[in-house]
Design a protein. Sequence first.
Length: 537
Amino acid sequence: MNRLFKHGIFWAVFFWLLLLWITLYFRSLLPIDETRYVSVAWEMWHRNDFLVPYLNGKPYSHKPPLFFWLIHLGWRLFGVNDFTPRITAPFFACFSLFLTRHLTRMLWTEDRQAHHLSPIILSTFLLWAIFSTLTMFDMILTFFALVGALGILTAWRGSVLTGWGLVCIAIGGGILTKGPVILLHVLPLAVLAPWWSKDKPLKNRLHWYGGLVVAILCGTAIALAWAVPAAISGGQEYGHAIFWGQTSGRIIKSFAHRQPFWWYLPMLPLILFPWSLWTEIWKGAKKLKMDTGVRFCLSWFGSVLVILSIISDKQVYYLLPVFPSFAMIMAKAAGGLQGLLSRKSYLPIALIYFILGAVIFSLPLILPRFPVMALFQKISVLWGLFPVCIGVFIMIRQPRGIASVSTGVGVSVVALIFFVHAGIFHDLAPAYNVEILSSRIGVLQKAGKKITHFSDYDDQYHFAGRLTQPLNIIYNYKQLKKWANLYPDGYVIIYYKPDTDIPKKGAEYAQPYRGKKVALWKVEKFLQKLALLKKKQ
């Protein structure tokens, strides 16, 4: 066996470290999700209220508090800083690599190649690589889904108390991370145990499902230990939101017919890129025996895929918690490949990189026809050489075994992420970095100035500016004039598109913002400029 292959988990962690460094070095927290979640943690911290999350001074019921608590733990140890929130969720992505390897060993004890390959495959799915460095809830949820799968497998192998105890922790932790959605990733796998455990049937199904019920109740009790006092502290509206909004309310809203039933199926090749396009792995999949491990993985991702397909509200990252099952079954399929592997099998992967390079080279021709892509006008077409070089690297590199394949694919994915950050995102960064504007807002607040926000506010300025007071929110010019009469020395944050008929010059500060412009104005000066502009028209 290739020496590199014996240390598959170390390669996976190495790729994770590279990806984490790239994102920390090249970009700030991204609005609106990353900035919002860290700002919610900041508001809880500043208020010294660790029971109820807050967004712009009001209880925030959309997410439970575990992620925020973890950020607080880091701040308690190292002080309030920008670094801790950005590495909290990624660490759970790293832990998930180890859990995936351990699950693979439990399912296929003798297949050492699959043990070493599964964390590498998981770490080099492009979608996983992207989300493993984001300050979001999904990697923490994935970790608890893995803990639940580990518990189910442990209980099946005879360690009943340990197994169901892990399931209890997974359910409790998952609910505190992202609500009852964790049940979607745990219950079907446990319910389908009679099918995937045919090689070693359950001794007593009554005891099995009884243990599952107890684990659900105990896990729910863990979540209720926070939810009940939080509902009392946050008030009736907040209590209704966390109990109803996190369960039945979300289920009802999800059937809004946003995406068709089959939406995930054509997306799977993209979701599982680049491994989904490596043709050799499908040859290995044809040779797979329908053993316990294969049925376990099929039960896991198959049940979740069907349920998520039924629910109309669909996002590609909803599948992240089942990525480990994809990685394990692909590792088993690829582990059976022997000898030299054909370069031709890389052609679909390389072709994607060549197409990406061609698109970048063609930007001068594409941008005039698609104004929506105006953000990309500053990108140099020379960056198109980078993905082309990755494609060439894939095509000319002779893989001498599955170890060579895994490291080569890993290098190509890391290189692609580097290209996106250094080549594309570097030029887009001014439109996504709100640190300067946030700092200016923070200085004004400390000076006692009143500030209002024109349109919905997603808390994107609170943490970066270390704001200590909520921003007033208004939605039309009539409200703005009334507010200006009360606070004539106040400031307004306003957004506009370049072709909008509002004042462009005279703002205290302005910058690009997510395809628009955002400006900080003295409110009286803005209204005067606006009145003059309307007279000229």
